[in-house]
Structure formats: structure tokens, C-alpha cells
Ligand binder design. Structure first.
Ligand code: NAD
Length: 412
């Protein structure tokens, strides 16, 4: 596994270029986030599996229970288009570390780095058959993986609707399922926050990867007393973002993944207007000249004037679109933050640690960041509550998922 990580690391620049071309994301982002995190995924699980010890329970009256973990056999790993190699390896690395063979399917929209991973695994002399990368659409290839009786578990990341379809298909065979699904994450900004640090991170948590990260904070709740100050500063900072050619180092935001997705995002702007929202900035396709003339670029967009319960603020847009909502009390913001079907992640900005802990404890979110965003320690469990998912990835949870426990009881 370390040899695979070495192979990815050696080809970092090349893989970043493929990732940027497939997705439209800035090359700089693929170089600094996507591909390095794919390397870390392999290294982390390579080391973690060595720390795993067999548990033994002695009852003091002669019986010894030895709890071993065995690989499941063949497992399916299905991943989305937004962080292609990063999320693909996030599943494959623990599955292989735990001793399984993998049938892995990347998104049909972003197939290339998965194909290259196959080559890297061959160069690293991973035995044939341990990792099998199949390309194809969800309806054909994806559902064939889920339905196949020899595949004992499916680890899936993607949309909530697809997660539902997979659950229906897998349930009669009692397969193990790990589902990482959609989000509509709250970003809660209290007046007593470190404003400068909050503003910079909020720009990233709103528009990184064109807002196409399941962890982006698309609903920004701002305490009333600083609402106007925040709104003005946020608009000013948003104005300075460069939407442009992904290869250009000055580019902050590249293109959206597809024409269909661009239309979906545009549709939500129309909906926001119908619902009475005001587009403070953005809301249009962005013009990028030169070789990217026909690309699917969209301006970073900020909306206000909408209630927390309208569709724009309840449904996942998954683009560079955020909505600002004022609040006056902790209870009010917690109720609004928890009001969607989702529960993936949340961010809280305050210098008051007691308040941060109190609010974090009441949020229906699998991950809560306080005064930061997207900081990841791979030893921590990752996943969503409610319709954002079932199960947790990362840490020992991932090794748990990809193994079956067996208790062997012996009388001494
Ligand atoms: P998607 O659900 O359309 O597709 C994801 C993967 O599932 C693709 O490989 C696709 O081919 C496959 N697929 C589609 N239908 C299938 C079926 N019936 N059976 C088996 N496989 C099928 O999602 P997407 O549009 O690629 O990704 C965007 C979504 O992913 C967003 O909702 C986003 O929030 C979510 N996401 C979640 C996380 C997380 O960690 N929770 C991370 C990234 C993305």
C-alpha cells in the first residue's frame, strides 16, 4: 500500500492535471488537496491495520473469548465526481488493508484518475484481482455491483436519492452498506467570532471546488448584530474571486462538472428569486474567454432574504451558491440549522468555547467544525446523520466496516 502511495506521489502533477481536466476544478486545488489526500489515504490505512490487535476476553472461570476480524471477501466501492481520486481511495485503501478484494467504480463523469490508479497498482505489484476498476454508468455498472450476490458490502458516496436506490437493491441480500450522502450544511457565525479568520474560511467553505464539496456550508446563519457588517464584507471578498481557466494559477473557481449540473444550479437561482430572495452578487453564468469559452462556469452567488424553510434553503444545490440568514438567539439558530433532512457537517464561529460546545452538542451533524473548516484527522470517524448517510468512514470504523467479527470461545 505504501508502494501505491509512492506511485501516486511520484505522479502527483500528472494526476492533478487529469483530475482538473475531468472535473473543471482549479489545477492548484487538485495539486494541493485531491491528489495529496489520495496519497495520505493509502499511507494512513497501511499503518492503521498494523495497530489492530485481536481482542481476548477471559471470564475468570476457564473460558477464553477471542474476537477476530476477517475480511468480507469481495466488496464494492462506488464514488462520485466531485473529489474523484480522493474519495475513491478513501474507500479502496481501508478495504484492501482489511484484506478484501475490491470492485471499484468511479463516476462515469470522472473516470480517468481511477484508470491511472489501476496502472499505479500494477506497477506497485498489487496482485491481480485485488483491485478491479470497472467503468460505467450508475444505472448499469453501479447497480450491477450492488446487486451481485458475491459482493458482500457496498461502500457508496454520492447523492441521497442514489443512496435510497442502493439501499432498496441491497436490502434483500442483507449486505453491509456504508452510505455517505448529500448535505445542506449550516455555517453558524456568532458576533463574538474572530471576524477576519471567519471571513477567509467562510469564503473557502462557500466556494471551494465551485461549491461542489458535500461539506460546503451553503446556509450561512449570521447573528443579527453583525449581519450587515458580515454581508458587506462577504460580498466584497466574493467580488475578488477569480472564476477562470482551471490551469491559471490565479483562478479560485473553475468550471462546474457538466452542462446538466450548471442547469440544475441555474434552476435554483430562478427558484430563489421566485421564493422572494435577493441575489446580492452572482447568479449568472461566468464568461471565461479563450480555450474555456464553452465551459460551464458559474459566478459565486450570495442570496439573502429567504426563510430557512424554503426549498432553496432546504435542498442541496451543490454549486457556488450560498444563502445568508440572520438569527437572534442560540435556540433559533439551532432549530433552523437542524431543519433540513440532512445532517452531514456544520461550522460554528465563536470565541466562546462553552457556547461552541453547547451548540455543537445540539446540532444534528456528523462532523462539527469550530472556528475552522475541512480540517481532517483520519483517525476520527467521518459521516452524516439523518439523510446524509449511514455508518462512518475513516479511522477504525472503516476497518470495522470492511471486516466481519468472529468470536471463538474456548474452555481452557
Ligand atoms: P450520484 O449519486 O449521482 O453518483 C455517485 C456514484 O454512484 C457514481 O459513480 C454513479 O455512477 C453511481 N450510481 C448512480 N446510480 C447508481 C445506482 N442506481 N446504483 C449504483 N451506483 C449508482 O452522485 P454524484 O452526482 O456523482 O455526486 C454528488 C453527490 O455526492 C452530492 O449529493 C454530494 O453531496 C454527494 N457527496 C457526498 C459526500 C459525503 O462524504 N457525504 C462526499 C462527496 C459527495
Amino acid at each position: 500500500m505504501h508502494k501505491i502511495a509512492d506511485g501516486i506521489e511520484t505522479r502527483l502533477d500528472e494526476l492533478a492535471e487529469y483530475e482538473s481536466r475531468d472535473t473543471g476544478k482549479p489545477l492548484s486545488l487538485a495539486k494541493t488537496v485531491d491528489i495529496p489526500r489520495a496519497v495520505t489515504n493509502f499511507r494512513f490505512f497501511a499503518d492503521l491495520v498494523l495497530e489492530h490487535e485481536t481482542e481476548e476476553i477471559l471470564d475468570g472461570q476457564g473460558s477464553v473469548n477471542r474476537i477476530i476480524r476477517q475480511p468480507l471477501g469481495i466488496v464494492g466501492c462506488i464514488s462520485p465526481w466531485n473529489l474523484p481520486l480522493y474519495l475513491f481511495t478513501w474507500k479502496i485503501a481501508p478495504a484492501i488493508a482489511a484484506g478484501n478484494c475490491v470492485i471499484g467504480k468511479p463516476s462515469e463523469l470522472t473516470p480517468y484518475t481511477a484508470f491511472k490508479l489501476g496502472e499505479i497498482c500494477q506497477e506497485a505489484e498489487l496482485p491481480d484481482g485485488v483491485l478491479n476498476i470497472v467503468q460505467g454508468t450508475g444505472m448499469n455498472t453501479g447497480s450491477a455491483i450492488v446487486a451481485h450476490p458475491k459482493i458482500k458490502a457496498v461502500s457508496f458516496t454520492g447523492g441521497t436519492k442514489t443512496g435510497e436506490a442502493i439501499s432498496r437493491e441491497a436490502a434483500p441480500q442483507f449486505k453491509k452498506l456504508s452510505l455517505e450522502l448529500g448535505g445542506k450544511n449550516p455555517n453558524i457565525i456568532f458576533a463574538d467570532c474572530d471576524f477576519t479568520s471567519m471571513l477567509e474560511t467562510t469564503i473557502r467553505s462557500s466556494f471551494s471546488n465551485q461549491g461542489e464539496i458535500c461539506l460546503c456550508g451553503s446556509r450561512i446563519f449570521v447573528e443579527e448584530s453583525i449581519y450587515d457588517t458580515f454581508r458587506n464584507a462577504f460580498i466584497k471578498r466574493t467580488q475578488s474571486l477569480n472564476v477562470g481557466d482551471p490551469n491559471d494559477e490565479k483562478t479560485d473557481m473553475g468550471a462546474l462538472i457538466s452542462k446538466g449540473h450548471l442547469e440544475k444550479v441555474t434552476g435554483y437561482i430562478d427558484l430563489a428569486k421566485e421564493e422572494g430572495g435577493t441575489i446580492l452578487i452572482g447568479g449568472e453564468n461566468a464568461d471565461v474567454n479563450g480555450r474555456c469559452n464553452d465551459g460551464y462556469f458559474f459566478e459565486p452567488t450570495v442570496i439573502d432574504g429567504l426563510n430557512a424553510d424554503c426549498r432553496t434553503n432546504q435542498e442541496e444545490i451543490f454549486g457556488p451558491v450560498v444563502s445568508l440568514i440572520p438569527f437572534s438567539s442560540e435556540d433559533e439558530v439551532i432549530a433552523m440549522a437542524n431543519s433540513t433532512q440532512y445532517g452531514l457537517s456544520a461550522t460554528i464561529w465563536t470565541e466562546n468555547t462553552t457556547k461552541a460546545d453547547r451548540v455543537a452538542g445540539k446540532l444534528d451533524s456528523g462532523v462539527v467544525w469550530v472556528n475552522c473548516w475541512m480540517v481532517r484527522d483520519l483517525r476520527t470517524p467521518f459521516g452524516g446523520m439523518k439523510n446524509s448517510g449511514v455508518g462512518r468512514e475513516g479511522s477504525l470504523e472503516a476497518l470495522d466496516f470492511f471486516t466481519e467479527q468472529k468470536n471463538i470461545c474456548r474452555i481452557q
